[in-house]
Design a protein around this ligand. Structure first.
Ligand code: ADP
Ligand code: MG
Length: 711
């Protein structure tokens, strides 16, 4: 079999030597040399530069220049083919200088024959080739190093992929590179990054048109098994995804799977304009590269997932902490309110008793007593508001459909004096603009509460705009629920109060919902938003606050859209009728309250025995039964040390099921999650009891006891 054609150029000024060389080459059996000859330095340099030969034979003596100069010049100009230097004399200095300058070999004229020449030529070519391979390999290793280093510093998938494609484009180099990520569950490839060389930076957008394709439609299914795919001639490809690259001018392509934990994570496609554009070495390089990229990309994805899980957790935690803080503060406020209320109720109670029953009061005394009563009722009212920060929804709170658009319009009207007065008095203008969604679904709630909350928000907005501005009241569907088949239905509505005022800094925004937090000094109470928060909580809603100093504030209340509960028939209060005198046992650990209730009951003609604890109450109850003079009714406080009202009621009902037991509860206890009524009681009274409520409850239990109509 003939060897492949080897083109040889001889640069030699002596024709005899040319002839000799020609004869040597012809002598070699089976080989296939094509010898070309040029006579001088310049012609030699020009011919070498054309790069059309496999090997150059250069004579040392070349007129005014010598062969070493030519060797240096050729290599400086990028000559890759081997150059063998020929000399007439064996000079070691010249020899070592030649080798130092990059000569492939050095032959002394007259000392070599055909065989030696052939060996020298062949070895030079092989050595050069090996050198070049090694060099390429080293370049690739350093590129691999460079890329893995660059991606190891990145934590997000997108920049990892962009770094890889960018480096491949510049250093491998390739004309086109893209990465598709694989969705295992849906078996879909989606393009995550792409680069097309020598186009504007936005060029890759063009190739991003095919965002997602099922793997089964790409013709690249072998990637699932981790197989690399080399397509040397794109015009012949059968893979639809690769065929798309023919039109932009790609001649060959390599498809490399990226595997993470034995599963296909994605694929890298690189392409070159020329056919047969990739060597085996390059394919191997791409495969190794993809192992690294897959690992980095996989980790980047895990990192992103972890990060978002962490963010979510932190947000939840913050929300929970905020909620807990508000709860604690609200409970504290409610607790204080409760104590004040208890301390206050004898004041108004006794004043009322005096006014009712004392016949010989002077006119002035009556007036003073009325003042006392009014003043203490006012305090009670303020305290009630404090209590409302963190009250759970009470049983009797009416839950009805509420149209937030109507409600907001109402509140605009109601608050008009406040925002219009401002503009008139201070010469500034505050405008309130409705922006309602006409298709807003109704929510279920308590109108009065919602109205008060919205009023508070508007007042705050006015306060935030001392130089005037615009308040927008906006209603929108806040979120949708998607049903099977794609139809959607509103799941939440949002009510927004947007002002163009001073806004809040981070610190204020964090604390503004807390009771007693105010930045308004004497002018503020810090109760407004705490109240709003309570209302929203009771409606199972949420509050979002967007605000920044100087940028205005958006307060967004979000409420769930729900079905109205079955409407309960609410009974109107029955007219108070006198009740036949009864023997009543009243148990409470607060002396003043004991005194008050005793007075009230005795005024109605009842006979009252009091006890100051659960145990002493129980003792009195048992003693009365023993004597054959049982009580007609027992009224007991709920919260007492040792034996509390709940336990007491249980015992009483066990020992005497027919004796009515009425429980008095304060709201502090309601808040501890004990809102379920204690079993075994016939009536519940709020503390402190109003005279009429007390009468009404007694009437009801005695009626029931005497076989009257149950309510
Ligand atoms: P008050 O109005 O009595 O200060 P609030 O509970 O209503 O109490 O509000 C608490 C604080 O939140 C205010 O003092 C104010 O700093 C801030 N704030 C509330 N609403 C706004 C708003 N619309 N713009 C700027 N700051 C606000
Ligand atoms: Mg306020």
């Amino acid at each position: 079999m003939d060897d492949p054609l080897l083109k040889v150029l001889l640069v030699e000024d002596d024709e005899d030597d040319y002839i000799l060389t020609r004869e040597f080459l012809a002598e070699i059996r089976g080989s296939n040399f094509e010898l070309e000859w040029v006579e001088d330095y310049d012609a030699g340099l020009e011919a070498i530069h054309k790069d059309q030969h496999h090997v150059y034979l250069v004579d040392y003596r070349l007129g005014k220049n010598n062969g070493l100069d030519l060797l240096r010049a050729a290599i400086a100009r990028g000559c890759q083919a081997p150059i063998i230097l020929l000399t007439g004399l064996g000079d070691h200095k010249v020899e070592s200088e030649a080798m130092r300058c990059g000569a492939a070999d050095y032959l002394v004229k007259g000392q070599f024959d055909a065989q030696l020449l052939e060996r020298s030529i062949r070895h030079s070519i092989l050595r050069k080739r090996a050198e070049r391979d090694l060099h390429q390999q080293l370049t690739r290793i350093s590129l691999l190093n460079q890329i893995t280093h660059a991606i190891s510093e990145r934590m997000d998938l997108e920049s990892v992929l962009n770094v890889v494609l960018g480096q491949l484009e510049i250093h491998l180099p390739v004309e086109y590179g893209t990465v598709y990520l694989f969705d295992t569950q849906a078996a879909i490839l989606s393009q995550a990054a792409a680069r097309l060389k020598s186009q504007s930076p936005t060029a890759h957008m063009i190739s991003l048109d095919e965002i997602a394709v099922p793997l089964s439609e790409t013709g690249l299914e072998a990637c699932l098994k981790g197989e690399l795919l080399y397509e040397p001639e794109m015009v012949k490809t059968e893979a639809p995804l690769l065929r798309k690259l023919v039109q932009p001018g790609m001649g060959s392509a390599v498809v490399v799977p990226m595997m993470a934990e034995k599963n296909l994570f994605g694929i890298l496609i690189t392409a070159r304009a020329r056919a047969n554009g990739f060597s085996i070495g390059e394919c191997e390089f791409l495969r190794t590269l993809c192992e690294h990229v897959a690992l980095a990309a996989h980790q980047a994805r895990l990192h992103t997932q972890l990060q978002s899980a962490y963010d979510e957790l932190r947000q939840t935690q913050q929300a929970v902490m905020q909620h807990e803080r508000l709860r604690a503060l609200g409970q504290m406020a409610s607790g204080i309110a409760h104590d004040i209320n208890n301390a206050l109720s004898p004041v108004s109670g006794f004043a009322e008793l005096l006014l009712r029953n004392e016949k010989n009061l002077t006119e002035a005394a009556c007036r003073y007593l009325n003042h006392i009563k009014t003043a203490s009722d006012d305090v009670a009212h303020i305290v009630t508001r404090m209590r409302d920060f963190y009250r759970k929804r009470e049983e009797h709170q009416p839950l009805l459909p509420v149209n937030l658009n109507q409600l907001a319009q109402q509140v605009i009207e109601l608050t008009r004096p406040r925002w219009r007065d401002i503009s008139q008095q201070r010469g500034v203008s505050v405008e309130v603009k409705p922006d309602f969604d006409p298709h807003l679904p109704e929510i279920i709630g308590t109108e009065s509460e919602l109205r008060e909350a919205l009023t508070n928000l508007i007042f705050n907005a006015i306060d935030a705009m001392p130089r005037g501005g615009i308040i927008t009241l906006r209603t929108r569907v806040g979120a949708w629920a998607y049903m099977r088949g794609g139809a959607r239905t509103p799941s939440h509505v949002a009510l927004e109060v947007i002002d163009t005022g001073v806004g809040m800094d981070e610190e204020t925004r964090k604390h503004c919902l807390e009771p007693f937090f105010s930045t308004k000094g004497q002018l503020g109470t810090g109760l407004g938003l705490a109240m709003v928060y309570g209302v929203v909580q009771r409606h199972d809603g949420g509050i979002e606050i967007n605000s920044a100093p100087g940028k205005g504030t958006t307060m967004r209340l979000i409420f769930p859209v729900r079905e109205a509960p079955a409407t309960e028939t609410v009974e109107g209060p029955a007219a108070a009728e006198p009740v036949a005198p009864m023997r009543i046992l009243f148990i409470d650990d607060e002396p003043l309250l004991r005194e008050l209730v005793k007075e009230i009951l005795e005024c109605d003609g009842h006979q009252v025995q009091i006890a100051d604890s659960g145990q002493s109450g129980l003792d009195a109850f048992r003693a009365a039964n023993k004597q054959g003079k049982p009580f007609d009714a027992v009224i007991t406080d709920l919260g007492m040390p040792h034996l509390d009202g709940r336990q007491l009621a249980q015992i009483l009902k066990r020992e005497s099921p027919s004796t009515p037991v009425i429980m008095m509860t304060g709201w502090a206890t309601l808040m501890k999650g004990e809102e379920d009524l204690p079993l075994h009681v016939d009536g519940v009274l709020n503390k402190p009891p109003k005279i009429t409520e007390l009468q009404e409850t007694l009437r009801r239990v005695s009626q029931r006891r005497n076989g009257g109509v149950a309510p």
